[in-house]
Design a protein around this ligand. Structure first.
Ligand SMILES: NC(=O)c1ccc[n+]([C@@H]2O[C@H](COP(=O)([O-])OP(=O)(O)OC[C@H]3O[C@@H](n4cnc5c(N)ncnc54)[C@H](O)[C@@H]3O)[C@@H](O)[C@H]2O)c1
Ligand SMILES: O=C(O)C(=O)C[C@]1(C(=O)O)C=C[C@@H](O)C=C1
Length: 298
């Protein structure tokens, strides 16, 4: 018997489409209903075999679903939960893949009717590409997924959401929403803020009488891949995780100013120490041991 009988996915893009693909491939879902606004993307999702059918009306689409997965930009999620709440079937679990958790979990938990359950989640996996065409079944393989239960979370619903992500290949970690938002501000949101700024700074630099981006090689391309990510998704993340992002941008500005001062005064030994310490941290992530399959953190 599959884990999920009818899965409704609201927002059939990279994240929603990839989850549907892997659960279907594993035979862990009976039927997948896609819900979204754009007809072309949803028709393409049917053609690709990612969903069985689709609806434009979220209330109609979630009818009869035992699991609803929200994978739209973070600022839309609470409003969608408010819209679908009256149409949820008894026992339905609503979960999401949004990149920020505090606002979403605080807003959505009270919106869900008695007998239904909300569980916040965030797969730490993605690419700079969007839409169902960009989705693929192995996206979550070996990657972390953070689940953010609260004191109100139903244990059975939590177990089912954890199981769903394990079946998708993820290493599931549990964390409170505040810690989640600070962790991702550091390891995901700050790098995006830096990459977007770097590309604008270099792309708009006019000191060489030509657009110098055409000379970009491995270093610039590797560093800035994520600046090709969807501006709407990242606008919403910047708005919703404002405080934690500002804290990390300020921390980064301190380190950047420190390096600038070392370069300005030509202190070679100190510059080398700065780079050596960074190399040590970075080599540590690249060489890190295989992730444990299930880990609980609070
Ligand atoms: N892209 C990543 O790397 C990544 C990783 C982890 C989590 N996330 C989170 O997952 C969510 C989805 O991101 P994605 O990369 O799959 O985006 P995407 O653009 O590939 O897919 C989102 C889909 O939602 C649809 N949509 C937007 N607003 C809608 C609304 N109000 N109602 C119904 N459908 C709507 C879009 O048309 C699109 O089809 C976001 O919350 C994002 O923060 C993204
Ligand atoms: O690899 C990428 O392109 C990503 O941006 C994925 C990434 C990340 O920063 O690592 C981006 C946003 C998410 O919420 C989770 C993962």
């Amino acid at each position: 018997m599959p884990l999920i009988n009818r899965l409704a996915i609201i927002g059939v893009g990279l994240i929603g489409g990839s989850l549907a693909r892997i659960l279907r491939e594993k035979g862990e879902v009976g039927e997948v209903v896609g819900i979204g606004r754009g007809k072309a993307n949803l028709e393409r999702a049917v053609e690709l075999g990612v969903i069985d059918r689709y609806a434009h009306d979220p209330a109609e689409g979630v009818s009869g679903a035992d699991m609803v997965f929200l994978a739209t930009p973070v600022c839309t999620i609470a409003d969608i939960v408010k819209t679908i709440a009256p149409s949820l079937s008894p026992g339905c679990i609503i979960t999401d893949g949004g990149s920020v958790k505090g606002d979403i979990v605080r807003a959505c938990e009270p919106l869900v009717p008695a007998g239904c359950h909300f569980v916040g989640g965030h797969p730490i996996a993605g690419t700079e590409n969007s839409g169902v065409e960009a989705s693929f079944a192995t996206l979550y393989q070996g990657r972390r997924c953070i689940i953010t239960p609260t004191e109100h979370t139903d244990r059975g619903a939590l177990d089912k959401v954890v199981r769903m992500w394990q079946l998708a290949g993820s290493n599931v970690v549990q964390m409170d929403v505040e810690k989640h938002d600070r962790v991702v501000a550091a390891i995901s949101h700050l790098p995006h803020m830096v990459a977007y700024s770097l590309v604008n700074a270099v792309g708009e630099y006019d000191g060489c009488d030509e657009n110098i981006l055409k000379y970009s090689a491995g270093g610039f391309r590797d560093f800035t891949r994520i600046a090709s990510s969807d501006p709407v998704m990242w606008r919403d993340i910047a708005l919703q995780n404002r405080d934690s992002i500002l804290e990390m941008m300020d921390l980064f500005a301190d380190y950047y100013a420190r390096l600038r001062a070392l370069v300005a005064c030509g202190d070679g030994a100190a510059i080398e120490r700065f780079f050596a310490s960074s190399k040590e941290h970075r080599d540590g992530i690249v060489n890190q041991a295989a992730l444990p399959s299930v880990k609980e953190e609070s």
